[in-house]
Design a protein around this ligand. Sequence first.
Ligand SMILES: [Zn+2]
Length: 242
Amino acid sequence: MTTSAPGTTASVKKPKKASTKTAAPKASTRAPRKTAVPAQRVAPDDRAARAWARLEAGNQRWADGTSEAGPSRSPKRRVELVDGQAPFALVIGCADSRVPAELLFDQGIGDLFVVRTAGHALDEAVLGSVEYGVAVLGVDLIVILGHQSCGAVAAAAKTLDQGSVPSGYIRGLVERLTCDIASGQRAGLSDLDDLGRYHTRSTVDLLRARSSIVNDAASTAGLGIVPVVYELDTGLARPVTD
Ligand SMILES: [Zn+2]
């Protein structure tokens, strides 16, 4: 994973007039790009690639123990953002307490629009939040953030393997993951981290299938979507490319 990405996460963007924006994604002139393309394989002027490079550099600092986003979490910065927000990236991540998006990407307040559910399960509220981030806030990149040792993935695999049915609303959550996990198992995967990686990549496809706003922005407006798996042991967030 390279750390030569332009830009630093310590710098902060001035708030755009994002809170009053409506409808279409902002960058109609962006070049179309495919999903899940690592930053080093796309044009350097691609806004989504620059967004990923910024996250990648921040993640490397986090992994190295050299985080520097502290100043962009200051009371001064907090006050600067009272009138609006202009996050450059959106993260759909797992709710796991060990996977805090702003920390592991070394970003400040106002930098990331984050939606978290266990196993980054997609439901209507998640999709609505994501569409807001894309259509109204105009983020350049969506990160699907899975991780090593995901309990939600393990619960879905257990349901399929043992027929155990979780109680309460946990059942509904697990049901949102079982199709991906079953598909991964049919593809020959059994290791839970391999299944988690499969689920993270599949969530990109599900997101695009469910949301025409996201799919259109990714197809024609340069929105990037990258599946990423965070390693609890190394601290690195690696794009899923297989
Ligand atoms: Zn998890």
